[in-house]
Design a protein around this ligand. Structure first.
Ligand code: SF4
Ligand code: SF4
Length: 140
């Protein structure tokens, strides 16, 4: 659980001025649709399907850059957002982050243990074999 009522620490001014808000951009000519950026984005701002071009929903992107390092073909670049990141953007990003976290927890709790997966696969094969034998017997 993440504390929501903790005041943010003061900005460390030794790091220089605050940067310009940025958004990620996918170079469509190079994206291979590996989905690694989708897995990395904490606020579900990237859409796409396996082996298809991925794209960033600029209005949802917080500019965190977490999607940049996992991209195996370096086709994600950061660009100036050309708008401010508002308090409403923060609230919406937190809501999407919480929803994503809840989804992942649900998925983990439903995931079968490796032994259970193997047992189910063996059961499915046995059932399919039984059906095939029954069909063959019926046609004799
Ligand atoms: S910069 Fe951050 S918020 Fe934007 S698409 Fe990449 S991972 Fe998502
Ligand atoms: S990580 Fe890079 S190559 Fe993979 S889907 Fe995302 S943008 Fe495309």
């Amino acid at each position: 659980m993440i504390a929501r009522d903790v005041a943010p620490p003061p900005r460390d001014r030794t790091l220089g001025p605050a940067g310009v808000p940025q958004v990620a951009f996918v170079d469509s000519t190079r994206c291979i649709g590996c989905t690694l950026c989708v897995a990395a984005c904490p606020v579900d701002a990237i859409i796409g399907a396996p082996k298809r071009l991925h794209g960033v929903l600029a209005e949802l992107c917080s500019g965190c850059e977490l999607c940049v390092p996992p991209c195996p073909v370096d086709c994600i670049v950061m660009r100036a957002a050309e708008r401010d990141w508002t308090a409403e953007d923060v609230r919406a990003a937190r809501a999407r982050y919480d929803a994503r976290l809840a989804r992942r927890v649900r998925a983990a709790s439903h995931a079968a243990a490796p032994g259970e997966t193997a047992r189910r696969r063996a059961q499915a094969i046995a059932t399919a074999l039984d059906r095939a034998r029954a069909r063959r017997a019926a046609t004799r």
